[in-house]
Structures are given as structure tokens and as C-alpha cells.
Design a protein around this ligand. Structure first.
Ligand code: BGC
Length: 475
């Protein structure tokens, strides 16, 4: 790239700004579904197990089936976003999630609940691709970071809401817990039907007049909309008819961007966040705080929501690299500390004794630090970077691939962390040190591969990958 010009045009009008925020908030309902899905199963497990008399393995299948659905959904959504558009893919995501939740709530046996969890997962998979993509394409360059971070805020809120509802309903009313989730699906369906299609997708379909109409509303001025439309048209013309496979073979830029996206998607999961999200109560027991585990898990959920605001506030000011590097380093340091503290916790403390050791309290504080660090960095920014670095012609297919890699990572962490945690000798320490090691890899990966895309128009981001040496020399 020839300059670090940040493409920040004239100040956006307040009205167009609030219109874009409203559109982004509606698409972010998909994030609520994503989070609710994580939170609901943690609480409902016991009730489901009792109702259908399931073995531990069957419960694992019920838990993991949603991840299989999300993985498949993300792959399908990559294609669907091009065929029927980002908006309609979100609508389908909401419908599938709503149906799946309702089905889980009404299920009669193990097979039915597993099938319905796969359907829920498909819905989450659809929206995890189409949601951030739609928000990125509808946002202006100067606020894209904050807008896409709203999606992560919704994920964290979804986890927290599911947890609060679970606290209120208890495990016996798990059917109601699932049925409440279907309201979010309905909200996404009706909300998205009232939203405009992505202008980038419209141009790709030759519907430039409609695209201009949308751009006028999002930019707030006819001139800005016209110039934005011209930039999109040029890119779309250059890329028309491009197929993913051909693009990968022909363009080193697309290859570099895809490696970056898949790497970040996996490293987000290998950061260890979901060991805390999925198995928080077990970890709290291990560090001798089992007597307060429900309250502390709720507090973890709340801190996760609140710390996401740091990203919303700073991402378009400080940029992606600084936040990611600070957050990942802080997470890595706190994980080393948690592992060390766990070594000092007296073994008699790891039951629910009621008295807490200093090492246990230190580990708890560090768990909060790790959550905060994730919430302002890897949490929101990975979704943001994935949705903004690809050229329009292959964007949705590549976002689909990277997002499905994220689901594979989530699946592996779900399987492997519990096994290591259950090792009585050094379980907690080993888990956190392994994740700290992965975060060292993440820091190096970000340092070497991530260009700063703050304030740059989507149409120009590809240039950072075309000539990475130029991009690096500008940092
Ligand atoms: C991750 C989820 C995680 C959540 C926690 C998201 O960005 O993709 O796997 O559970 O953050 O807030």
C-alpha cells in the first residue's frame, strides 16, 4: 500500500450513524443465540440426564452435537451468503435456531434432543458467518471495529442471560430454558426481514440502484454513497466470476488472508477461553472455591460482558494489532500465574471446605484478568478481522471456512480440557500452561501476519496482503 491513509472521510451524520448502529444491533441478535447456546447447556445438562436417564457418554453427545451442527452450518453459510445474501442467511439462521430450541424443549428422548441440538447448531453456524459479515459490509470504515464488536458483545450477553435464567429456573425446568431461547431466533428472523440487504452483495447481483439507496442511508449523504458505490463497483467488476479454488491458486493475497483468518480462528479457541466458559464450575472446585461456584460463574459472565466495552471503545482508536497483542499477552501472563497458584493450593482445599487459601484467591483474580484480556482482544477482534480481510468475490466462502475452523477448535477444547483437568496431579496447572503456550504462538502469529486495518475501506484491505512487505514497513 502506498500510504497509511485511513480512508476516514467526512464526519458521519448522527442520523446515518444511529441507523447503522440499529442495523448492526439487529444482526447481533445472532450473537445472542450463539452465547445462549453455550450458557443453556451448562445448566440444562443435569435435568436432561435425569429426564432421559442418559449415560455420561450420551450427555457428551448432546453437548457436542451443537458444535457439529455449527461447523456444518458455517460451511454451508459460506456459499449461502453469496447465493441468497447475508440478510437471508441470517433469517434462516434465526429460523433454524428457533426451531431447534423449541424441539429441544419438547423432545421425547435422546435421539430427538440430539437431532434438535444439531438444528440449533446449524442456526448458530449460519449466523456466526452471516452476522459479522453483514455488519462489516454495512458499516463505515471509521466505526467498523466497534460495530462488529457488538456481535461479540451479544455473544457475551447471551452467555450471561442463559446463566441468569438457569439460576432462576433451576435444572428441573430445562425445557422452559430451551424454549425461551427460541424467542431469540424469532427476533432475528423478524428483525432481519426489516433490514436492508448488504450493499456489497447487491452490487455483486447487479442491483446498483438498491445498493445506492442503502448506502445513502448508511453514509447519510448522496455524494458519500455515490463514491462508496463506485469503489464497490470497481472491485466487484475485477472479481466477477471468481471462484474460491481459482482465487486460491491464482492469488497469493487470498492465500495469505485465508491463512491469517484460519490461524486466528483456531488460536482464539486455543487461547483457552472456553475451558473457563464450559468448565468454569469444575475449575473453581479445583482451586478450592467450589462453595461459591454458581455466584462466581455468574460474575465471570458479567465481567466478560463488561470488558467487551473496552474493545468497542478502543478498537477504532488504537487499532486491531495493539489491542490483540496487549490482550493476548495479558491472558498468557495470567494463565501462567493461575497454573503457578494452582500448584500451591493445598490438596485438602480442592473440596468444598468453605475456607479459601490465598493461592486459590490469587488464581480466581487471575481468572478474571484472563477473561477481561480475552474480552477486549481475541473475543471481538478475531470475528472482526475474519470479516474484513477478504476481497468481496470470495469473502463469504472464506469467512465460512475460517468460522468452521473456529468451531473445530471449540470442539477440540471441549473434549480435551476436561480430560486434562480431571488429572488430579497437575490438571489445572497443565491446562492453563498449555493454553499459555498457545497464546505465545498467537502473539508471534499476530506480530508476523496481521496488518493494521483500522479505518481502511473494505475494498482496499486486500492490498495489505498483495504486498505484505509494504504493509509491514508502514507499521
Ligand atoms: C468465542 C466463543 C466464546 C466467547 C466467549 C467468542 O468470541 O468465539 O467461543 O465462548 O467468545 O465470550
Amino acid at each position: 500500500m502506498a500510504s497509511t491513509e485511513t480512508d476516514v472521510p467526512t464526519e458521519p451524520s448522527t442520523r446515518s450513524g444511529s441507523y447503522t448502529v440499529a442495523v448492526a444491533l439487529v444482526a447481533a441478535v445472532g450473537g445472542l443465540m450463539f452465547g445462549y447456546d453455550i450458557g443453556v447447556i451448562a445448566d440444562a445438562q443435569d435435568g436432561i440426564k435425569g429426564a432421559f436417564e442418559l449415560s455420561t457418554f450420551q450427555i457428551e453427545v448432546v453437548v457436542a452435537s451443537v458444535l457439529a451442527g455449527s461447523f456444518t452450518g458455517a460451511i454451508i453459510a459460506g456459499k449461502l451468503c453469496d447465493r441468497i445474501g447475508r440478510r437471508w442467511t441470517n433469517v434462516w439462521g434465526g429460523a433454524l435456531f428457533g426451531l431447534g430450541c423449541l424441539g429441544c424443549g419438547l423432545s421425547a428422548d435422546f435421539t430427538m434432543i440430539t437431532a434438535c441440538r444439531v438444528i440449533m447448531g446449524l442456526g448458530v453456524g449460519f449466523s456466526s458467518v452471516a452476522g459479522p459479515l453483514y455488519i462489516a459490509e454495512i458499516s463505515a470504515p471509521w466505526s467498523r471495529g466497534a460495530m462488529v464488536s457488538l456481535y461479540q458483545l451479544a455473544i457475551t450477553l447471551g452467555i450471561f442471560i442463559a446463566f441468569l435464567i438457569g439460576l432462576f429456573l433451576g435444572t428441573e425446568l430445562w425445557r422452559v430454558h430451551f424454549c425461551i431461547g427460541s424467542l431469540m431466533g424469532v427476533g432475528l428472523v423478524f428483525g432481519m426481514l426489516a433490514m436492508p440487504p448488504s450493499p456489497r452483495w447487491l452490487v455483486g447481483r447487479g442491483r446498483t440502484e438498491t445498493a445506492l439507496g442503502v448506502l445513502k442511508r448508511t453514509t447519510g449523504s448522496t455524494e458519500a454513497a455515490q463514491s462508496e458505490l463506485e469503489a464497490i463497483k470497481v472491485r466487484v467488476r475485477e472479481e466477477s466470476g471468481e471462484r474460491l479454488f481459482d482465487a486460491l491458486l491464482a492469488s497469493p493475497a487470498v492465500r495469505r488472508a485465508l491463512i491469517l483468518a484460519i490461524g486466528l480462528a483456531l488460536l482464539q479457541q486455543f487461547s483457552g477461553i472456553n475451558a473457563i466458559m464450559f468448565y468454569g464450575p469444575s475449575i473453581l472446585e479445583e482451586i478450592g472455591l467450589g462453595d461459591k461456584k454458581l455466584l462466581l460463574t455468574a460474575a465471570i459472565g458479567l465481567v466478560n460482558v463488561l470488558a467487551t466495552f473496552i474493545a468497542i471503545w478502543l478498537v477504532d482508536r488504537l487499532g486491531r494489532r495493539v489491542l490483540l497483542l496487549c490482550g493476548t499477552s495479558l491472558m498468557m501472563l495470567s494463565q501462567i500465574g493461575i497454573g503457578l497458584s494452582a500448584l500451591w493450593i493445598p490438596s485438602t482445599q480442592t473440596a468444598t471446605t468453605g475456607s479459601h487459601s490465598m493461592a486459590g484467591i490469587i488464581a480466581l483474580v487471575l481468572i478474571f484478568v484472563a477473561i477481561i484480556a480475552f474480552a477486549f482482544s481475541l473475543g471481538p477482534l478475531v470475528w472482526l478481522v475474519i470479516s474484513e480481510i477478504f476481497p468481496a468475490g470470495v469473502r463469504s466462502a472464506c469467512v465460512g471456512i475460517a468460522t468452521s475452523a473456529n468451531w473445530v477448535g471449540a470442539f477440540l477444547v471441549a473434549l480435551f480440557s476436561l480430560t486434562v483437568l480431571e488429572n488430579k496431579t497437575m490438571g489445572t496447572t497443565a491446562v492453563f500452561w498449555l493454553f499459555a503456550g498457545s497464546n505465545v504462538v498467537a502473539i508471534l502469529f499476530i506480530l508476523m501476519r496481521l496488518p493494521e486495518t483500522k479505518g481502511v475501506k473494505l475494498e482496499r484491505i486486500e492490498e495489505f496482503f498483495t504486498r505484505p512487505s509494504d504493509a509491514r514497513s508502514e507499521r
